[in-house]
Design a protein around this ligand. Structure first.
Ligand code: COA
Length: 356
């Protein structure tokens, strides 16, 4: 039996930042409302493409693992905001990394996308089909935002995270997982005016993020808790065995509800929604990376992760960490400089949305 150890981790957060007070200058909202209802205080907006965010996160993960791009057998990009549909975004990441020997694939399970992709790449390594993969989750969620819809406009952010997986004989990496989809409720969270359902010969307005927030909230808490229970029983672990919980970052109150249901202490729960908002598939990849950087992940740690998103997809994963919690080498990978503020980057979209 092969296993797929996580040997590298990296993230890419675009530098331009939009605080709640910034948003309140263009949308009828307030820092008080956003902070108290969601736990979000700021989000970052990208000045570059999804593929460029993904490439920097992936290169940092490769450097962390001490793996060269030529060693990669697979570049798997989880995203619901691809730079391009055809050719796939992963092929641009492969080109930018110089990973000439790697197969490339994009996958979309919305906010559950990173865990789904981690499961797919792990399965290929466990089956002996490949030896080395990079799984990247990269999103530009602010591209979808309609600045006239205040309920969804305040929630999202841009960013990317990545892990390198390498074949190992040690029982490490993703050891138990469960994923699923409640498609009967797929309409309560969707992007309108996007995809081949649209009549391309008619003028189509913007592509807006539509959702029924309170309904998703309830389903997210239940779905993630049930998925975690399933994974714990598969792995024959109890909650006391879990060292770190890395939940999807959609709303601090959703995270706290799951934490209460699972009875996990505060110091075991990774939270960074305050700084990044909901970066969809990228949330867990970024949060896992930061959990290691913050020292929450110790050698041999048992990590539980759970996600929920459009579809309505859901997933939970149990990850066994290896011995190394520091990078093999420093990374020089970086985004090009950004000369604009966050508010300057959204100015055109705000004007267009407000003009209807
Ligand atoms: C969206 C969400 C934060 C709303 O929180 P909530 O406590 O359920 O709030 P409600 O929807 O009941 O709205 C309460 C009030 O705030 C108002 N409101 C909504 N957005 C607002 C904003 N940005 N600023 C100020 N007021 C706002 C509403 O108009 C409503 O006003 P009313 O009571 O006068 O009608 C919460 O439901 C949530 O996080 N849901 C899941 C998010 C999600 O789907 N994420 C993506 C998938 S993972």
């Amino acid at each position: 039996m092969h296993y797929a150890e996580i040997t590298g981790w990296g993230k890419c957060i675009p530098p331009a930042r939009i605080t709640n007070d910034d948003i309140a200058t263009v949308v009828d909202t307030s820092d008080e409302w956003i902070s108290s209802r969601t736990g979000i205080k700021a989000r970052h907006i990208s000045h570059v493409s999804t593929a460029e965010l993904a490439t920097v996160a992936a290169q940092r993960a490769l450097d962390c693992a001490g793996v060269d791009a030529e060693q990669l057998d697979l570049v798997l990009v989880a995203t619901c905001t691809p730079s391009t549909m055809v050719a796939n975004t992963a092929s641009e990441v492969q080109q930018r990394l110089g990973a000439k020997g790697a197969a490339t694939c994009d996958s979309n399970a919305a906010c559950s996308g990173f865990l789904y992709a981690l499961q797919m790449a792990t399965a290929q390594i466990q089956a002996g089909m490949i030896k080395t993969a990079v799984v990247v989750a990269a999103e530009r969620m602010l591209w979808y935002v309609n600045w006239a819809l205040r309920d969804s406009a305040v929630l999202f952010g841009d960013g990317a995270g990545a892990v390198v997986l390498q074949a190992s004989e040690q029982p490490l990496g993703l050891l138990a997982s469960k994923s699923g989809c409640d498609s009967s409720d797929r309409s309560i969270l969707h992007i309108s005016n996007f995809g081949t359902n649209v009549n391309k010969y008619q003028t189509i307005g913007g592509s807006d993020l539509n959702f029924v927030g309170p309904e998703i909230f309830k389903r997210a808490v239940k779905g993630m808790s049930v998925a975690c229970d399933d994974v714990l029983s598969q792995a024959q672990l109890s909650l006391d065995d879990i060292d770190v919980l890395v939940p999807h970052q959609a709303n601090l109150r959703i995270i706290q509800s799951i934490q209460q249901r699972l009875k996990v202490d505060d110091d075991k729960v990774m939270v960074n929604i305050d700084e990044y908002g909901n970066t969809s598939a990228a949330t867990i990849a970024i949060a896992l990376c930061e959990a290691v950087e913050r020292g929450m992940v110790k050698p041999g740690a048992n990590i539980m992760s759970a996600a929920f998103g459009a579809g309505l997809t859901w997933a939970a994963s149990y990850i066994k960490w290896g011995e190394r919690v520091t990078p093999v080498r420093d990374s020089q990978a970086a985004l090009p400089e950004c000369s604009q503020t966050g508010l300057e980057l959204i100015a055109e979209a705000v004007t267009a949305c407000q003009q209807g």
